[in-house]
Design a protein around this ligand. Structure first.
Ligand code: 5AD
Length: 385
């Protein structure tokens, strides 16, 4: 039996061999199939694993604009042209983990280590509040010096002084009780990228002490406690295949996170992955757009890593469906020390102090940076003033 699919587009009917069968005018057929999949994703918000793989393997640059346009429409329909900003405080670069990709991994003896004091952190918040930030992100390596009590104290102190602000934590893997304690202290959101949903791929990026199962358990705990929860991956991480990405998308769909962090992998010269190629701008934009279509109201940052590989990477991220930017609020003297990857940007438009420039750049593509907690649409704002 002849296996054909019929596509009608612009008044022309194409008779294409079904998925996987090539013929002379195969390129046109591929394009049609890709467009059909983008439409299906936009309509039903999910594709099968095979469909995701087909889409990722076959989307050509001609179809990118179509995908990005659909994703942008979806972001506009849910959040308008607003861009939410978060003040990022990288408060410790000590880390007990040894992830093969990360510049602040334990084994990197060359990293110059630092911790911010509570006073320094409060000073960052004071400056950030004045600049219009209404979310503070406490991000750090897994540093045992910052005990559960110390983190709870920081959260309480920030929430007491700035009750109209959200606090996001991003301090790695902890048990349920610790997460609950911090939530009760007032933390609103938690970022913990799952890095990859495939256990085998996970094991190729992390030492044997870490597991993808525990990482996922942490994320499910965070959701169950009530955090606005963020997972995510690096685009183009070593050994990553499109099949892995399809699994990531399935995991993300199952978790239904409020936030998803996606940035390109960028090698760091003092890590085992120093000679690995970086992920590309395009890989990252495609994933941002697919995630936007899958989770139309997700909070989706145009990440620092995206701005690092391309000067206008964040703007391109927004044009592919991102709606969050996280400028750096850390004290200038420590910023260069939080080097997760080579050439990580921390000044210029990346610096919270230069929010005016960020506003101008976003305005130039038709977007408005707002002073707002920027909660997920389904979360009711706290009744605080
Ligand atoms: N390139 C890009 N992103 C990285 N991260 C860590 N190291 C790198 C790197 N070399 C990301 C990880 C982590 C987040 C805080 O930073 O995904 O979850």
């Amino acid at each position: 039996m002849l296996n054909i699919a019929v596509y009608a587009k612009g008044g022309i009917i194409y008779l294409c061999p079904a998925f996987g069968i090539k013929r002379k005018d195969g390129k046109r057929c591929m394009m049609e199939r890709v467009i059909t999949l983008v439409d299906k994703l936009a309509g039903s918000r999910m594709l099968s694993g095979e469909e995701f793989i087909f889409l990722l393997d076959n989307i050509g640059e001609e179809e990118d604009a179509y995908l990005y346009g659909k994703a942008r429409e979806s972001a506009l329909a849910n959040y308008g042209n607003k861009i939410y900003v978060r003040g990022l405080m990288e408060f410790t670069n000590y880390c007990k983990n040894d992830c093969y990709y990360c510049g602040i991994r334990r084994s990197n003896q060359k990293a110059s280590r630092y911790r911010l004091s509570p006073e320094q952190i409060m000073e960052c918040c004071r400056i950030g509040y004045g600049l219009g930030f209404r979310t503070f992100v406490l991000q750090g390596g897994e540093d045992p010096w910052f005990t559960d009590e110390k983190i709870a104290y920081l959260v309480e102190r920030i929430k007491k002084q700035y009750p109209d602000c959200a606090v996001t934590l991003s301090v790695g893997e902890k048990g349920y009780d610790t997460y609950k304690r911090w939530f009760d202290a007032g933390a609103d959101r938690y970022l913990l990228r799952h890095e990859t949903a495939n256990p085998c791929h996970y094991a190729s990026l992390h030492p044997p002490q870490m597991s993808s199962e525990y990482r996922k358990e942490c994320l499910h705990n965070l959701k169950a406690i009530g955090y606005q929860t963020g997972c995510g991956i690096m685009a183009g991480s070593p050994y990553q295949t499109t099949a892995h990405i399809a699994q990531d998308l399935e995991f993300i769909h199952g978790l239904q996170p409020e936030m998803v962090g996606i940035g390109p992998f960028i090698p760091h010269h003092d890590t085992p992955f120093k000679d690995r190629p970086a992920g590309t701008l395009r890989q990252t934009l495609l994933l941002l757009a697919i995630v936007r279509l899958m989770l139309p109201d997700v909070l989706l940052p145009a990440t620092t890593a995206l701005g690092t590989i391309e000067p206008d990477g964040r703007e391109q991220g927004v044009m592919a469906g991102a709606n969050v930017v996280m400028p750096n609020l850390s004290p200038l003297e420590v910023r260069k020390k939080y080097m997760l990857y080579d050439n990580k940007i921390s000044t210029g438009v990346e610096a919270a102090a230069n929010i005016k420039e960020l506003k101008n750049r976003m305005a130039s593509i038709g977007y408005e940076v707002v002073t707002d907690r920027g909660d997920h649409k389904k979360i009711k704002s706290s009744p605080c003033p």
